[in-house]
Ligand binder design. Structure first.
Ligand code: NDP
Length: 346
């Protein structure tokens, strides 16, 4: 069985590929340039079951045609993880929103044109940013569920990079469901995976070598690795999160189980905050003693904005019921990430 996965060099995608190879799938991964292709092949030890294809721009019409022709009748699943992620953009529409929406639709169009009969499922890696509005609780005090969509508009999305990311995920996922519901994918079914903030180490230590090129998910933990003993801890919740290994598991389950068809699967576990991240780093990594405060022994000043609820109320029990496994606790995600990052400080 073959799986096509876009953005093969990504943080989440690498875990999915690793899992698929262990389950003896043949994996065809796309990356944006040759050096990334070489790097990923090397990281996976030149596995004969991993084929990497360079696609510099996912938005060019018919760009997936050759893959579907070359691997005709061999691809059963398509997982679309590639998409702009980060906050360092100047032209938000051109760099974030358009590539996300067009990249997704373009892939789906090519599945429908060239994919043939073999493709059973299209799994879209969406986000909780396609569930809640960037203003979160301030903007919407109702309980968020798998059916919730943010009310974000394009002009709001273009205001800043955070809004741009929310808009990019929301519009891409909406367009994907519309395209699918119009029957364009024929026999191929769809499921979206909507993770909250993803935590946990990278699959390969070799990719954690430079503080300036850490991926978005590792940056949040890295910020606390060297804060110093006098750091003023902010007590406010920062958001909800989920471990990358649970996100991987959900993608595989969505591929292999028909009960996930037509569903938005929201992955959301604990609320994270500065006191929690620092406490778990302090408890689990003795090397950090003397470098970071121990929150349980620190008087944490209440933030002037403490009453401002920064996290929305959620009920994702439908997803949890389908997944039916215990999520990795935040303590472990933080500890594993911190231990991996520690190598940067040695
Ligand atoms: P990474 O940044 O590690 O991977 C992103 C992948 O997408 C890379 O392969 C990257 O390629 C590719 N990509 C970025 N921009 C473009 C573009 N314009 N055109 C084509 N490919 C592009 O991120 P993650 O693994 O964390 O994210 C994977 C998916 O999961 C994304 O869709 C993201 O929105 C979603 N997600 C992530 C969360 C998180 O907290 N990490 C939370 C919720 C959802 P390149 O290396 O060449 O830039």
């Amino acid at each position: 069985d073959g799986v096509l996965i876009t953005g093969a060099n990504g943080y989440i995608a690498e875990y999915i590929i690793d899992h698929l190879l262990q389950e003896n799938y043949v994996v065809i991964g796309t990356v944006r340039n040759k050096s990334k292709a070489d790097k990923i092949m090397k990281l996976f030890n030149y596995s004969p079951d991993l084929k990497i294809v360079v696609i510099p721009d996912l938005t060019i019409p018919h760009v997936f045609r050759d893959i579907f022709i070359q691997y005709q009748n061999q691809i059963e699943y398509v997982i679309h993880t590639a998409g702009p992620l980060g906050f360092d953009y100047t032209n938000i529409y051109e760099e974030v929103i358009r590539p996300s929406v067009e990249g997704t639709l373009n892939l789906m169009r090519d599945i429908s044109r060239y994919g043939g009969e073999s493709i059973k499922k299209f799994i879209l890696t969406s986000s909780s940013s396609a569930i809640e509005h960037p203003d979160g609780y301030v903007n919407n005090k109702s309980i968020h569920t798998e059916e919730t969509w943010p009310s974000i508009t394009q002009s709001e999305g273009c205001k800043n990079a955070v809004n741009g990311y929310y808009a990019s995920k929301t519009f891409a996922e909406k367009e994907a469901w519309n395209f699918y519901k119009q029957g364009n994918l024929k026999n191929c079914k769809m499921c979206s995976i909507n993770p909250d903030y993803v935590m946990g180490p990278r699959l390969f230590d070799e990719e954690v070598v430079d503080v300036n090129s850490l991926n978005y998910s590792l940056q949040v933990i890295n910020e606390f690795m060297d804060v110093g003993l006098d750091y003023k801890i902010d007590d406010r919740p920062m958001g909800r999160c989920i471990d990358v290994r649970d996100v991987t598991r959900a993608h595989i389950m969505a591929m292999e189980n028909d009960s996930f068809i037509d569903k938005r699967i929201v992955l959301s576990n604990e609320i994270f905050s500065e006191p929690l991240i620092l406490q778990y780093l302090y408890d689990e990594i003795p090397e950090l003693h003397g470098k970071i405060p121990n929150p349980s022994k620190t008087i944490i000043q209440k933030s002037p904005k403490s009453d401002e609820n920064r996290v929305v109320d959620v009920d994702y029990s439908k997803s949890a019921k389908l997944l039916n496994f215990q999520y990795i606790p935040l303590r472990q995600s933080v500890a594993d990430t911190g231990k991996q990052l520690l190598k940067l400080y040695k």
